[in-house]
Design a protein around this ligand. Sequence first.
Ligand SMILES: Nc1ncnc2c1ncn2[C@@H]1O[C@H](COP(=O)(O)OP(=O)(O)OP(=O)(O)O)[C@@H](O)[C@H]1O
Length: 343
Amino acid sequence: MNPPLKPTDQRIDADPNPPQDGVDVLRCDALCKRYGDFEALVDCSLRVGSGDIFGLLGPNGAGKTTLIRLLLGYLHPSGGRATVLGIDAERDSVAVRRQVAYLPGDARLPRHMRGEGVLKFFAEMHPFGDLQRSRDVAERLELNTKTRVAFMSTGMRQKLALAVVFGPQTPLLILDEPTANLDPTVRAAVLQLVIEARNNGRTVMLSSHVLSEIEDTCNRVAFLRHGRLAHEMWMSDLFQRHRMTAITSQSSLAVPETLQEAVRVSMRPSRLAHHQVQIDTAGDLGPILKWIDSLDLKQIRFEPYGLRTVYESVHAGESVCTTLLGDPGVPNADVIAESGAGA
Ligand SMILES: Nc1ncnc2c1ncn2[C@@H]1O[C@H](COP(=O)(O)OP(=O)(O)OP(=O)(O)O)[C@@H](O)[C@H]1O
């Protein structure tokens, strides 16, 4: 068993120039899927470049699995087009699936077989199959492969499915909720496998409801909501943002000219002597902290601007800008004052 991982130590720097030329590993153009009148995926366009760990987020029923299944050619699009490594997912789905190791959200395995038999079966089936690697992954996940699938717990079956999927060294790995039903130690081991896959030059698409996992592993993330691509961002933009909440006796805080682009202040006016202030920051903290130090602030709480904040804004249907100015995810001081909140 390998030593436990620390995914947060291994974050990937964002490539500020996503591939515009050459072949994208994944690409959708105006992709749509309708079931009768119901639109499961609407006008979805995105590109995933080589070496990305691309996180797919969204509430239940948002369209994540639909998008993945369209990319793999398991579903026919109602409109638009999806390609994997330049191969058309609808017209040549078999060729696409040769390039991909896919973990479905509801992986079904032959119940009558033992773990070892399952690994062997899938290793022989996939053109990139590698039985020894699957065995190694099973060992790292501490799975007893002598057990029959029918007698495995839900978590054990998930480990077995992961050992199957991490065996073939395909250029692309698509994982639909890979850590579902796993305990925290095994979850960490799975995230380590994802990071190793990327370090070995593979591209990963990962769907998860666990925001911390996405934060710890992905360098890009997309949010789906009601079948629409609601927001896309580089994680590095998020890691440069912080939120400070404090109490002040000042009724307003003047932001210096030089920090106007990097700081956004929201005051919660109060009839009492003290006001609550929320300060959102982006970029280099050095000059911002100097300015903060000059203010009369008490009870300061400083925290990273986490993915949860963005997720909640997207979920609430607000558009989210990556810059601070005009970010509707952060309430604007005037709106708070008008509504009288905090008074
Ligand atoms: N065969 C189908 N017929 C009709 N509606 C479908 C079908 N398959 C999926 N849907 C609907 O499409 C929507 C998107 O489903 P999808 O499975 O893509 O969501 P998801 O984002 O993966 O959700 P979850 O996080 O719960 O797994 C849902 O409202 C679902 O009910």
